[in-house]
Design a binder for this molecule. Structure first.
Ligand code: ZN
Length: 661
């Protein structure tokens, strides 16, 4: 008793000084920037802290790669904008400068001149004359460079969209990303890879993952991202820091993973990348973990080239208990899935799942970041060696904390009992949805022999997300979750069902500009599921859109029937994927996932505007600073959370820009 009192007294002065953690960092355009905590970092061993530290250095050093992948002029433009921003001598509260500042904040957030989510080019609200004046005043280059950059900023038809998915167009020529050069066509790229691909190869490499495709002397060629190739200077920095991190690896397996990744960056050989991915997938022991490389292919309209990204993290042991329960029951879920038994996996292998704490977000995961990850992406590796699935709980916590009291539920949720259910159960069911989506959803089911994994082409990403979401939705309502102790109330799932239908039918539209279609794969997937369930439950009034005081609300009359509809759609989407039924997949996406009801859209935008909630959120990173003794040895790594958004961006540009020096 006495000892506890002493401890409490000793802790008190420190507690008294501590300010409440402020999640809100910046707000501009359609963006809110938040910060996240890294709980328990201080409880890592010094070795683990050093490992994390050097991995974060390897992460931040890759930033320029993504900027260049996103657009050929981004790395020329960024230092120009930043110089003007820092040096501006006029009134920093005047409209032109304020609008310029907003534009720069948007460009930072998009890692280039396009919106991170819609991939539309940003529309600047400051005049071209302001830019040209400042360009000259700061001696930022010759007339030709000024015009080139001014066109990139102000000409709406140039580089209009980073990733174009419009049906029937040349998706490469009409996409402004820099994953392909300006001369190569979609047909040429498809022919090039079709000729390379051996369809009988059961362990194919991820074609095109680490290359820009260009036409040189009339021939289609790959320009590899590797040491001595494209992005060499950034890759050298990444390798250097990976090798420093290697000295503090937790075990030989982790050393080996780092070695293989370094080897891959050195050679650019995708076979080595597969070796690395296998070793990485099989390491479920290490507490500290990371991804670092060319991973997700959403930035490529053909879904091949990986955008550079990195997330460094460590396991949240307490919360991981939840995902361990799910993954240790993976076979039960697979066996009871409502899909055709022909498409079930007889043996679900190595589904490993954990809850992690992100220590740094970088590249394509920064400032906007996913809340769950499931890797590696190669299907055959997942089947033979398993995959790692994570939920990033310090990020979901930050979202949840920052959203409290923002007025959303009062405006959009149909009645008080539903709002109460959301308050009580949405945090846990949202996390469970992510766990189920990532741990089991993506890993479930199988292709029939001989079916091309890319058969669904431009609709593959949307349908894959739909499959994983439907799997999660279907099982959230299963009594099995209560039996496993993951939920304590048989009605808890209704909170996620309500939110999902509300989001898919209405509130996600706040992210779409009036008159535009839905483009992004995850959004298409959500509307596809919600709109399909609405239509197919129509005659039984399972779900309705009703009017109250002139406003539209989602009303769910029969949650059990809604669950059955999710199961039915899961069965169909799995059939499409397992058999490679492109036409049926295309119809589903185009009929339900793309078009927007303009009247409802307008209403949602109007109701949203009153709330002043940013449609998109992202994060600044914490700052890690080595603490050194008199001899210069690192004795600790200190983490601080005080850096603001422009300061962080400018510091990264100053200290971590191997490609703009
Ligand atoms: Zn997913």
């Amino acid at each position: 008793m006495a000892a506890a009192l002493v401890a409490a007294a000793a802790a008190f002065p420190a507690m008294a000084q501590e300010k409440p953690f402020d999640y809100h960092v910046d707000r501009f355009a359609d963006i809110e920037v938040l910060r996240y905590k890294v709980p328990d970092f201080e409880n890592l061993t010094l070795n683990q802290k050093l490992l994390v530290y050097y991995l974060t250095e390897a992460a931040i050093n890759g930033r320029d790669i993504l900027w260049d992948q996103n657009g050929e002029l981004n790395l020329q433009l960024r230092p120009v904008l930043e110089t003007i921003y820092v040096n501006y001598k006029g009134d920093r509260n005047a409209a032109d400068f304020k609008n310029f500042e907003t534009y720069l904040k948007q460009v930072w957030f998009g890692n280039g001149i396009h919106h991170h989510y819609s991939t539309d080019k940003f529309v600047p609200k400051f005049p071209r004359a302001f830019f040209e004046e400042q360009f000259k005043a700061n001696n930022l280059g010759d007339e030709a460079k000024m015009n080139l950059l001014a066109e990139a900023i102000f000409n709406p038809t140039l580089y209009a969209k980073r990733v174009n998915q419009a049906d029937g167009q040349d998706l490469i020529r009409t996409s402004a990303n820099n994953l392909y050069d300006n001369t190569v066509t979609q047909k040429e790229v498809e022919d090039y890879y079709a000729a390379l691909k051996d369809t009988t190869d059961l362990t194919p490499i991820s074609y095109g993952l680490n290359a820009r495709v260009a036409k040189v002397d009339g021939k289609v060629v790959e320009q590899r991202y590797k040491l001595g190739g494209l992005y060499s200077d950034a890759i050298a920095k990444i390798m250097e820091n990976l090798l420093r991190a290697r000295e503090y690896a937790e075990n030989p397996a982790q050393k080996d993973i780092i070695d293989k990744l370094v080897e891959f960056y050195g050679s650019g050989d995708l076979k080595t990348f597969d070796d690395y991915s296998i070793a990485w997938a099989e390491d479920t022991k290490s507490k500290v973990d990371f991804i670092n490389g060319f991973i997700e292919s959403y930035g490529d309209p053909l879904g091949m080239t990986g955008s550079w990204e990195s997330i460094v993290n460590f396991r949240n042991d307490k919360a991981s208990h939840r995902t361990e329960i799910i993954s240790s029951n993976a076979q039960w879920f697979e066996d009871h899935s409502p899909i055709d038994p022909r498409f079930r996996k007889e043996k679900v292998k190595g589904v490993s799942a954990k809850v992690i704490t992100a220590a740094i977000l970088a590249g394509d995961s920064y400032p906007s970041t996913p809340i769950g990850i499931n890797l590696p992406n190669a299907n055959w590796i997942r089947a033979a060696h398993g995959s790692k699935s994570v939920t990033i709980e310090n990020i979901t916590e930050a979202y949840d904390a920052a959203a409290h009291g923002n007025g959303f539920n009062e405006e959009f949720v149909i009645d008080k009992p539903t709002a109460k259910l959301l308050d009580e159960y949405l945090f846990i069911t949202d996390n469970l949805h992510t766990d189920l989506h990532e741990c089991l959803g993506h890993g479930s089911g199988k292709l029939l022999p001989g079916v091309d994994p890319d058969a669904l082409k431009e609709h593959g990403s949307t349908l894959e997300e739909a499959r994983a979401d439907l799997f999660a939705l279907y099982y959230l309502a299963d009594p099995k979750l209560i039996e496993l102790g993951l939920l304590d109330n048989p009605d808890a799932y209704k909170s996620e069902y309500y939110k999902y239908m509300l989001n898919g039918l209405m509130t996600q539209l706040m992210r779409i500009e009036p008159g535009k279609d839905i483009e992004e794969a995850h959004m298409r997937n959500r509307q596809l599921i919600a709109a399909w369930a609405l239509e197919h439950g129509k005659k039984d009034k399972v779900v309705e859109l009703v009017k109250k005081n002139g406003k539209t609300f989602v009303k769910i009359n029969d949650y059990k029937a809604l669950r059955n509809l999710f199961g039915e759609l899961l069965r169909e989407v799995q059939r499409i994927r397992s058999t490679g039924d492109y036409e049926a997949g295309r119809r589903l996406v185009l009929d339900y996932g793309v078009k927007v009801d303009p009247k409802l859209h307008k209403e949602v935008l109007k109701r949203y505007s009153h709330l002043n909630i940013a449609p998109y959120k992202g994060f600044v990173n914490p700052v890690y600073t080595p603490v050194r003794d008199a001899e210069g040895n690192i004795t600790d790594i200190r983490v601080t959370y005080t850096e603001d958004y422009p300061a962080q961006m400018l510091r990264y540009s100053r200290d971590y820009s191997p490609l703009t020096k």
